[in-house]
Design a protein around this ligand. Structure first.
Ligand code: NAD
Length: 483
């Protein structure tokens, strides 16, 4: 059996752990087991499933959160408190889905002079979740929680670049569920392809980059398997002239940009500031980075930014820096490095802001997925809205203004699936707000009621009035509503 070894990006000569790679030959038995589990699981009432899931969530103890956090911190370089926070937040999302289930999944019944219509929600069957490395637990739980609450079974394939913490958490929860309801598998494209094209996989939930998304999308289309696609973004953060820019606001935008080394789908990736406020903004942003963007070993208390995920990512980002300089950008290193030796030897990319770029520069018009951010000046609001929308991506954005009504009006005109007001990234999230992209950032939603509904299909049960007991009978070939 092949194993997948995960190196520590902070200390690349250390191996954090390993998992067994799922072979292509194992795929069919795993899916069959999932399918058998689905039959039993979907036969339970919603209340029964929710109770089993709530009990399973209780298996995640404070000690386990510590273990999970240590693993995630080591395997992807996410600072320890953020890693613990991600695990705790994920279990809270499971509880959120349990709490909203009876309301969101309730039958809708209309019984009137037109007839009786019952609209009910049914599960798909076996769901396949394919997830990335940057938030391995939360991005898995956003699929696991709604899928299981709704009565599906689920197979999760995490990224080989972050397989350890998510496996520990999900296998702990799986131990409290009937056999096969929740399985975790490992592997890259080969195993992935075999799962994606299995005929008993009824829905695929993918979070990741567009290259893999297109590949999976083609295979899924051949199988007529529906997908949810949560892809990348190139979030514009737009600061209006009247934005309230105290230290707290600057700290929010600095961390919204650089937390997790900028490797967050909804990080602020392009900052637009009114020309009149530009110089003050740049100074305030740099000062905030010095205070709050603390770079070093992510296990050390106080560090807020660790390494990037791999040597390949480090090299890609350093090339993006030199390309930005060649494109006329003024590059300024920001933040505070607390351990030069660690930073020099791990896969670190020093956070940088880049000024004086045009919107055609690669750093502005493509997703950088790293700790580099362009700060762009604009002159009027119509112009900045057009520039924010001049991208094929549309995941998230933010509008910052003291005038909340105006900020909401402008937010409506931004082509993205989520617009934060006066904040950006994690601090702007709420479990009750559906999240997902427009344009090439994907389709389908996670979080909120839609995030649960997406794991069910509507089934309509209809008794037309004319043919109900005592009804008029009506014509045998009538078009509805025409007589
Ligand atoms: P990726 O697309 O390289 O990989 C995602 C997953 O797909 C991994 O588990 C990988 O092993 C798997 N995979 C690769 N080839 C496959 C195949 N042929 N069949 C099946 N599975 C296959 O993405 P990544 O580098 O892990 O993550 C970074 C990207 O994810 C960025 O673009 C980021 O913006 C995006 N992202 C989006 C969201 C969101 O919610 N919209 C959240 C986080 C990350």
């Amino acid at each position: 059996m092949n194993v997948i070894r995960r190196e520590n990006p902070t200390f690349p000569d250390r191996i954090v752990g390993e998992v067994n790679e799922t072979s292509v030959a194992d795929v069919d038995p795993i899916v069959q087991r999932s399918h058998a589990a689905f039959k039993e699981w979907s036969g339970l009432s919603l209340e029964q499933r929710c109770q089993v899931l709530a009990d399973a969530a209780d298996l995640v103890t404070p000690e386990l959160y510590d273990q999970i956090a240590t693993l995630m911190c080591a395997e992807v370089g996410k600072p320890l408190p953020d890693s613990r926070g991600e695990a705790m937040y994920s279990v809270s999302l499971l509880r959120f889905n349990i709490a909203q289930a009876s309301k969101v999944l309730a039958d809708h019944v209309i019984d009137d002079e037109a007839g009786k219509l019952v609209r009910t929600r049914v599960a798909f069957g076996v769901v396949l979740a394919i997830t990335p490395w940057n938030a391995p637990i939360v991005l898995s739980m956003l699929k696991v929680a709604p899928a299981l609450v709704a009565g599906n079974s689920i197979i999760v394939k995490p990224s080989p670049q972050a397989p350890l913490a998510v496996t520990l958490l999900l296998e702990t929860i799986a131990a409290g569920l009937p056999d096969g309801v929740l399985q975790v598998v490992h592997g890259g494209p080969e195993a992935g392809d075999a799962f994606v094209t299995h005929p008993l996989v009824r829905k695929i939930a993918f979070t990741g980059g567009d290259v893999v998304a297109r590949h999976i999308g083609v295979s899924a289309a051949r199988m007529i398997t529906p997908t949810v696609m949560e892809l990348g973004g190139n979030d514009a953060a737009i600061f209006l002239e009247d934005a309230l820019l105290d230290d707290a606001a600057f700290d929010r935008i600095a961390l919204a940009t650089f937390m997790m080394g900028g490797q967050v789908c909804m990080a602020s990736k392009r900052i637009y500031v009114h020309r009149g406020a530009y110089d003050d903004f740049v100074a305030g942003f740099i000062a905030a980075c010095k205070r709050s963007v603390i770079i070093g070993d992510p296990m050390i208390e106080g560090v807020t930014v660790g390494p990037v995920v791999s040597r390949a990512a480090q090299e890609r980002l350093e090339k993006l820096v030199s390309d930005s300089i060649a494109a006329g950008g003024e590059v300024i290193e920001v933040g505070t490095v607390i351990d030069e030796e660690v930073v020099a030897n791990g896969y670190f990319v020093r956070p940088r802001v880049v000024l004086n770029l045009t919107d055609e520069a690669q750093l502005v018009c493509e997703e950088q997925f790293g700790p580099l951010v362009p700060i762009q000046a604009y002159d009027d609001i119509e112009e900045v809205i057009a520039r924010a929308n001049a991208t094929e991506l549309g995941l998230a954005a933010s509008v910052w203004s003291a005038d909340e009504d105006r900020a909401f009006e402008i937010a409506k005109r931004i082509e993205s699936g989520f617009v934060f007001i006066n904040t950006h990234n994690r601090t702007g999230m709420t479990p009750r707000a559906p999240f997902g992209g427009v344009k090439k950032s994907g389709f389908g939603r996670e979080y909120g009621d839609e995030g649960l509904l997406d794991y069910t299909q509507n089934v309509s049960l209809h008794a037309p009035a004319a043919y109900r007991p005592g009804g008029s009978g009506g014509s045998a070939n009538a078009y509805p509503g025409t007589s």
